[in-house]
Design a binder for this molecule. Structure first.
Ligand SMILES: NC(=O)c1ccc[n+]([C@@H]2O[C@H](COP(=O)([O-])OP(=O)(O)OC[C@H]3O[C@@H](n4cnc5c(N)ncnc54)[C@H](OP(=O)(O)O)[C@@H]3O)[C@@H](O)[C@H]2O)c1
Length: 298
């Protein structure tokens, strides 16, 4: 029964999710695409034949579907390609999960909300402001419409161990933070709740284990860390923990440029806490210190 398939297993979230299940003695299969190295299986999740073969061979009981295009500014320019990955592939995986009797957990985002009336409970009405948020909401609906036994987990901005700083919207700030030669404007407008991917991985594993014993686990769930920050306060924290100069860090009080972002899409976690699924969130200053240390310039 404890057989988990993780899509997007080469990604920021997928890597710790796969580790979390491995460490808890699950049979695991991680799928990736351009970074399918080592134990990861190369599967284009837009190709139904390839996906069906994986289900036929591995017969998962649980599918954690994390693969997606998650960069809002890329999605604005590549709407059709995003739809094929974030929506059409999700619908297909959901249908195949239904056929094989596998429980599917679709990883979604706080960007399904417009950010005007936080905190958001799981039954709050979504109203995405940008094409990325819309594609993830469509992915949620494709998941639940094709298989009412499945679930969605919405999470906020993520950070964690990265292969390069550009891999997460949080760690990427460390480039301008370390370049003191020019002003580094940082958004001090939108309120975010940076959450460590290891904490999300724990929540996902606990939710999967609960589902094995309780078939009422389905529908929409939220998880988020507690600390409210802006990109400016995240950058200032990076300076503080590594004792770096701050003179070039400039607070930008205007809404972010590019794809519109919700002002404050704080996710209410009470539905998960109510069923005893919780974890102690690592403090941002501790979590980010560990992630950025390998990138600290001497
Ligand atoms: N990062 C955040 O701040 C954040 C916030 C909220 C929600 N989320 C959601 O969390 C999930 C995971 O995000 P992430 O940050 O871990 O994303 P990520 O690091 O950008 O990873 C994306 C993953 O999708 C895979 N992928 C892309 N195209 C594929 C294809 N055609 N076939 C198979 N796999 C494909 C990639 O594989 P290769 O790299 O091997 O090609 C990679 O493993 C996403 O659903 C995202 O919407 C993320």
């Amino acid at each position: 029964m404890k057989r988990v398939l993780v899509t997007g297993a080469s990604g920021l979230l997928g890597r710790p999710v796969l580790n979390e299940f491995c460490n808890a003695s699950w049979d695991t299969l991680g799928c990736a695409y351009s970074r399918a190295v080592g134990v990861l299986k190369k599967v284009d999740i837009q190709d139904e034949i390839q996906v069906r073969q994986v289900f036929e061979d591995f017969k998962p009981s649980i599918v954690i579907h994390a693969a997606a295009e998650r960069r809002p500014d890329v999605v604005e320019k590549q709407e059709e390609a995003t739809k094929r990955l974030n929506v059409d592939a999700t619908a297909m995986i959901s249908r195949i999960c239904a056929e094989y009797g596998a429980f599917m957990l679709f990883i979604s985002t706080d960007y399904v909300f417009d950010g005007t009336s936080p905190p958001y409970k799981t039954d709050a009405k979504p109203n995405p402001l940008n094409k990325y948020g819309k594609s993830k909401l469509d992915g949620e609906n494709a998941t639940l419409d094709n298989n009412s036994e499945s679930a969605v987990l919405r999470v906020p901005i993520l950070y964690g161990e990265v292969e390069k700083l550009g891999e997460s919207a949080v760690s990427v700030l460390f480039n301008p933070v370390q370049d003191t030669s020019k002003p580094a404007p940082m958004s001090d407008y939108e309120i975010r709740y940076p959450t460590h991917v290891r904490d999300i991985a724990i929540i996902i594993r606990k939710l999967a284990e609960k589902r094995l014993e309780d078939s009422s686990i389905k529908g929409i769930y939220h998880w988020s860390a507690d600390e409210s920050m802006t990109k400016y306060t995240m950058a200032s924290t990076m300076c503080e923990i590594f004792d770096l100069p701050t003179h070039h860090i400039v607070a930008d009080k205007e809404p972010s440029k590019g794809a519109p972002r919700p002002y404050n899409a704080h996710l209410d976690r009470s539905r998960l806490e109510g069923i005893g699924i919780t974890t102690h969130s690592i403090l941002f200053k501790d979590g980010i210190k560990e992630c950025l240390k390998p990138f600290l310039k001497k």
